[in-house]
Design a binder for this molecule. Structure first.
Ligand code: HEC
Length: 131
């Protein structure tokens, strides 16, 4: 029994450390790649939003717009966009392509692994700022 409790505590602390690290990496990424349009507050009020043809969504309301549950896969899909059929007036960049093209491997990671990691850290960050 003691071992089970110890293992659970260890897992919880490992997971805790992991998500904090993911959030801060995601926050940095967000401020560089996304804040221009979605705003530093993520409420859709970045300086570039004013010149777009379509409204820039409030990313702190993803959970609220989905009946209170953060739409993890939908958010990842909307950031990646490589499998999204382009629609008229679509101004959001295809981050899956961009992150893959700019990936540099130092330890044998493939560009796809690097791109997915960057997109996942963004999803964790967005999940952490839901209102
Ligand atoms: C050039 C402006 C621009 C940039 C930069 C940008 N976005 Fe967007 N984003 C948009 C627009 C406009 C939409 C809504 C229309 C659409 O989906 O294309 C959108 C939609 C989204 C959605 C779907 C929201 C919903 O409610 O359906 C998510 C999630 C998102 N963006 C995340 C991001 C992330 C994360 C980044 C940074 C990696 C980013 N965006 C960078 C303009 C931008």
């Amino acid at each position: 029994m003691k071992t089970t409790a110890f293992v659970s505590a260890l897992l919880a602390s490992l997971l805790g450390v992991h998500s904090v690290a993911a959030d801060s990496a995601g926050e940095k990424e967000y401020m560089i790649a996304c804040a221009g349009c979605h705003g530093e507050s993520a409420k859709g009020d970045g300086p570039v939003a004013a010149v777009l043809n379509v409204a820039t969504p409030d990313l702190t309301g993803l959970a609220a717009r989905n009946k209170g549950t953060f739409p993890f896969e939908y958010t990842l899909f909307m950031i990646d966009r490589r499998n999204l059929i382009p629609v008229h007036g679509d101004d959001m960049p295809i981050w899956g392509d961009r992150f893959q093209a700019s990936a540099t491997s130092q330890r044998g990671e493939t560009a796809e692994m690097v791109a997915r990691g960057r997109m996942l850290s963004l999803v964790y960050y967005l999940e952490s700022i839901q209102q």
